[in-house]
Design a protein around this ligand. Structure first.
Ligand SMILES: [Zn+2]
Length: 296
């Protein structure tokens, strides 16, 4: 008999641009289109993703046709792929670093995805490996992509840098994107995240000679420095997702410490009060005892 297939646990997520206001006229951006509505499978979860594009609502604005995307949504998966970028990177590493065969990678992924209730076909491994190779070639292709280079509608690009480490302890793949079109501009496997390495990673983007309207990165210092040195005049934004995640971490720790400290200070006092109440209950008159009980 056929075994009942375990259903995937799907998490719904809504993504909007990191940019909230129009850089030209400062008006609040408004939701204009649904850029994609699809399922993305990562190593950690299955996401039902809704990616909304926002535009400036001001009809007199210089760039009303510019659509703002979410860099975080684009970082999840390559366009047209259901399996996430983290899985693409894992396949690339298993194939090239660990020299695993397609069958071995297939088995490993089946195992890794099983807790999510997801299966993967063997031929999918081949597609994912191809995607990995294409991704690492992306920078050389961007400069030959005339159609993309000629997009005057946006008046430039917003450079987003995202470091993805599919597994702790392994190398990080940095993906550089145009946050306005989602196009990958550069991607590199790096083992060090020094500012010089970051600058080298961004060099092909500088070489494109396209106007850079803004930059988005996570709060990693070397990334910030590289971006600042390359485009000193350009507004920079730290990706909210990373900021919120990092901020909540310290807040959570601080909260925990306060709670522990409070408990330590209060506990002896509470104990003392409890003892006193007990003593009073024994010595008090029956009537007072009743009132004390009622108040409890
Ligand atoms: Zn505007």
């Amino acid at each position: 008999m056929k075994k009942a297939r375990k259903l995937a646990k799907v998490r719904r997520r809504f993504y909007r641009p990191e940019q909230h206001t129009c850089p030209d006229c400062q008006r609040r951006l408004r939701r204009a289109v649904t850029l994609s509505e699809r399922t993305v499978i990562t190593l950690g979860e299955v996401i039902k993703l809704i990616h909304a594009g926002y535009r400036c609502p001001n009809g007199q604005c210089a760039t009303p046709g510019r659509t703002y995307r979410s860099a975080a949504a684009d970082a999840l998966a390559l366009p047209g792929f259901t399996f996430g970028l983290d899985i693409v990177l894992l396949v690339g590493r298993l194939r090239l670093r660990e020299h695993q065969t397609v069958d071995e990678i297939h088995q490993e992924l089946l195992k890794r995805l099983e807790p999510l209730g997801v299966r993967i076909a063997r031929r999918e491994i081949l597609y994912l490996f191809e995607a990995y190779c294409t991704l690492l070639r992306a920078s050389s292709e961007a400069k030959d992509d005339q159609e993309w280079l000629a997009q005057e509608k946006n008046g430039g690009i917003i450079v987003s840098v995202d470091g993805i480490q599919p597994e702790k302890g392994n190398e990080t793949v940095y993906v550089v994107r145009d946050a306005l079109t989602g196009r990958v501009l550069a991607a590199e496997n790096v083992t060090s995240s020094e500012t010089a390495v970051m600058k080298a990673l961004l060099a092909p983007v500088v070489a494109l000679g396209v106007k850079v309207l803004g930059t988005i990165s996570d709060a990693q210092e070397s990334e910030l420095l590289a971006v600042q040195e390359l485009w000193p005049e350009v507004p920079h934004q730290v990706c909210q997702f990373h900021v919120l995640r990092d901020a909540s971490k310290t807040a959570f720790e601080a909260d925990k410490q306060v709670k522990t400290a409070m408990r330590k200070r209060l506990q002896p006092k509470v104990r003392e009060v409890r003892k006193q109440i007990k003593k009073h209950l024994v010595t008090a008159s029956p009537k007072a005892r009743q009132t004390a009980r009622g108040a409890r």
